[in-house]
Design a binder for this molecule. Structure first.
Ligand code: CAA
Length: 261
């Protein structure tokens, strides 16, 4: 792939969007490669994915403005769908995804980070939805995910003003969970990913499904969803091993590959 690097170490995969000359801006080719890289993940072995940006300055500086500059209405709609489909694939991936935001996360870059489960960033990170300054709306899920993450009032302010914010403000409004010096960001993401990967994978996947799908439901249906997923963990290797080892004070032995039982 020309623009995506995918490396796997143990149960953690790291996907780097690598188009540093354009600050990792997302054109159609990058989006297609991102889609293919997500499809290529071996979900029987990988338990957590990290997404980051190549180069020194940027996570992703947005959708590619050059490519978008000549689109017709129909082509604009199709380009929005292309980004939305890939980001939804990331959001609904069975395993947790951590965005390690190393610099600019603007427009489609912020939208990519928001499709991940967890966002952490470097202290030089900059977030924003600059689209209305370019005469368009956020188009890869920004109007929907930003409002869900930081609340409609703050999302509307950020989107209507097109104002960029720095890492400390992103932390304050809950857009990111933690801020690190640049050189500590990837190690912190890897440590968090390893911490997730050592837990029972069926249970971790069920938690992701319960939180993501439950947030779309009323409370009664959401709790019923949780009950079903909670129940689905019983009689699995991880539950029998995990609880048995707690009772006998032994260390649980993980399964080498992921299976549904
Ligand atoms: N699309 C295409 N190219 C981009 C880009 C983008 N979103 N962002 C940066 N680049 C390119 C620049 O054109 C430049 O290329 P050249 O060297 O060939 O001229 C290169 O990356 C480096 O950029 P700058 O020289 O501008 O770097 P800087 O440090 O001076 O500024 C920046 C950095 C503030 C991020 C600035 O590049 C910028 O404002 N970029 C655009 C950010 C933006 O508006 N993003 C939203 C896009 S719209 C969108 O994403 C829609 C959607 O929701 C789907």
């Amino acid at each position: 792939m020309a623009f995506i690097q995918l490396e796997t170490q143990g149960a953690v995969a790291t996907l780097t969007i690598d188009r540093p000359k354009a600050l990792n801006a997302l054109n159609s080719a990058v989006l297609e490669e991102l889609d293919a890289a997500i499809d290529a993940l071996d979900l029987s072995a990988v338990r957590c994915l990290i997404i980051t940006g190549g180069g020194e300055k940027s996570f992703v500086a947005g959708a590619d403005i050059g490519e978008m500059s000549t689109l017709t209405k129909a082509e604009g709609t199709a380009f929005g769908k292309k980004g939305n489909d890939v980001f939804r694939k990331i959001e609904t991936l069975p395993i947790p995804v951590i965005a390690a935001v190393n610099g600019f996360a603007l427009g489609g870059g912020n939208e990519l980070a928001m499709s991940c489960d967890i966002r952490i960033c470097s202290d030089n990170a900059v977030f924003g939805q600059p689209e209305v300054g370019l005469g368009i709306t956020p188009g890869f899920g920004g109007t929907q995910r930003l409002a869900r993450l930081v609340g409609p009032g703050m999302a509307k302010q950020l989107i209507y003003t097109a104002r960029n914010i720095k890492a400390d403000e992103a932390l304050r409004i809950g857009l990111v969970n933690a801020v690190y010096p640049v050189e500590e960001l990837l190690p912190a993401a890897q440590k968090m990913a390893a911490g997730i990967a050592k837990n029972a994978p069926i249970a971790v996947r069920a938690c992701k499904k319960a939180i993501n799908e439950g947030l779309e439901l009323g409370m009664d249906d959401a709790l019923a969803l949780e009950e079903g997923l909670f129940g689905s963990c019983f009689e699995t290797h991880d539950q029998i091993e995990g609880m048995g080892c707690f009772m006998s004070r032994e260390k649980p032995k993980p399964k080498p590959v992921f299976t549904n039982n």
